[in-house]
Design a protein around this ligand. Structure first.
Ligand SMILES: *Cc1c(COP(=O)(O)O)cnc(C)c1O
Length: 422
């Protein structure tokens, strides 16, 4: 299988893009040593830190003693190392890691919004974020208008004088809608509000800060950690915003306390070192399967397919080395077929019937009845989330052709290919 088959896009774009392309991330420039010269930074195994002088302790509380550690809910060396690596990846001034993606998202939103404020958000977002904005934030008198993020005129029309945040996912969960980050950023700047982008589905492929996003969030639980052994999150932004999150007086992350443990951040940092290699393989495998499934007559959604409504937009925004990501969806008509197929694929060891994404093995689930079940059925229908939809996080399979043949056999067995063009 040649590279061109997998990324046909390079053929028609000439070499221009490749030649113009400079890596957007600066992970390669990082250099950390352990305190005894180890090749990995030492893990900070302390919740609290001593001060040589009482004056420095006071200054640290006041936020005036850079480089001094106070207490690990505020910051710790291991968390700072991971945060700086993620900031280098996203091209922001700095970053703050959190115990989960939701810890990062809720902290950022609550830092930006007070009672009486308003959020404009994409309607196709992670189920937990949707539930927070729809059901929890109104308890604090923070209201959200959910919009079709692909329609910039509707986005702008939803902004009012109380709007404090424009929120979206670069590639949305689970419908893989692509946000025009540059277009959204222009609207946000015009109205003087920050654009917050959850980039969990497209690390390295898309660098939202280069396209005008003010704050970039990830669930580290997914591709970035990549081994499905922990939850974690990060908020990437300006030094001022990250300081605000950590403020001992009114910082959402400091006061709500979604703190990552040092052992975990050290472990995520080590996994992050292979992220660029993994993303290329996830993208390569997903592109292969998406092309095959589409040719077989399935309704296949993958940003790398020319049939995807935002294919051109993704191409314009992407760092081409990393491809179109590891996520694709297939619509097999109804939930019973979806369940039958997923159970059979798991039996054949083609992947796991599990939520989440970014694992070395393929993961599949039916979002309508799982990760997006927070979204009421009528709204699911309105946004095009059919109940026969299967979301795939494509794994790192070395022989993806074999995987495809085996998946095809499963599809035949559950009677799917009869109705499709084979
Ligand atoms: C999983 C996920 C989250 C939530 O992250 P957790 O680590 O599970 O808290 C947020 N956004 C997206 C797009 C996700 O996929």
């Amino acid at each position: 299988m040649t590279f061109d088959l997998i990324f046909p896009y390079f053929e028609d774009q000439s070499n221009l893009i490749i030649m113009k392309y400079k890596p957007a991330d600066h992970i390669q420039d990082l250099q950390y040593f352990g305190e005894f010269g180890g090749v990995n930074p030492s893990i900070s195994d302390s919740s609290t830190y001593t001060f040589l002088s009482a004056k420095t302790m006071f200054d640290t509380f006041e936020g005036n003693a850079d480089g001094c550690y106070l207490y690990s809910r505020h910051s710790s060396p291991s968390n700072l190392y991971l945060g700086e690596a993620l900031a280098a990846m996203e091209g922001t001034e700095t970053a703050n890691v959190a115990a989960s993606g939701m810890g990062a998202i809720t902290g950022a939103l609550l830092q930006l919004c007070m009672a009486g404020d308003h959020v404009v958000s994409s309607r196709t977002i992670y189920g937990g974020t949707y539930a927070f904005l729809k059901n929890f934030a109104p308890r604090l008198n923070i209201e959200t208008t959910f919009v079709d993020i692909t329609k910039l005129d509707l986005v702008e029309a939803a902004i009012n004088e109380d709007t404090k945040v424009l929120y979206c996912e670069s590639v949305s969960n689970p419908l893989l809608e692509v946000a025009d980050i540059e277009g959204l950023s222009k609207i946000a700047k015009k109205h003087n509000i920050p654009l917050v982008v959850d980039n969990t589905f497209s690390p390295l492929s898309i660098t939202p800060s280069q396209l005008g996003a003010d704050i970039v969030i990830h669930s580290l639980t997914k591709f970035i950690n990549g081994s499905s052994d922990t939850v974690g999150g990060v908020t990437c932004g300006t030094q001022d915003f990250i300081n605000a999150l950590r403020s001992v007086n009114d910082g959402a992350n400091m006061l709500l306390g979604p703190t990552m443990d040092s052992m975990r951040s050290a472990s995520i940092l080590k996994n992050m070192r292979t992220l660029h290699i993994r993303m290329k393989q996830h993208s390569k495998n997903a592109m292969y399967l998406a092309q095959k499934f589409e040719a077989d007559g399935f309704r296949t959604v993958y940003p790398g397919l020319p049939s995807h409504p935002s294919h051109e937009l993704f191409k314009k925004m992407m760092n081409p080395d990393y491809g179109f990501g590891g996520m694709l969806t297939l619509d097999v008509g109804n939930i019973d077929k979806a369940n039958e197929l997923m159970e059979l694929m798991q039996e054949e060891n083609l992947g796991y019937l599990a939520v989440s994404l970014g694992f070395y093995k393929t993961l599949f689930s039916a979002p309508g009845s799982s990760t997006s079940s927070e979204i009421p059925e009528e709204e699911q229908i309105e946004m095009g989330l059919s109940n026969g939809l299967i979301r795939f996080s494509i794994g790192l399979d070395n022989d993806i052709e074999r995987t495809y043949q085996m998946m095809k056999n499963c599809m035949r067995k559950v009677g799917l290919l009869e109705t499709q063009k084979v």
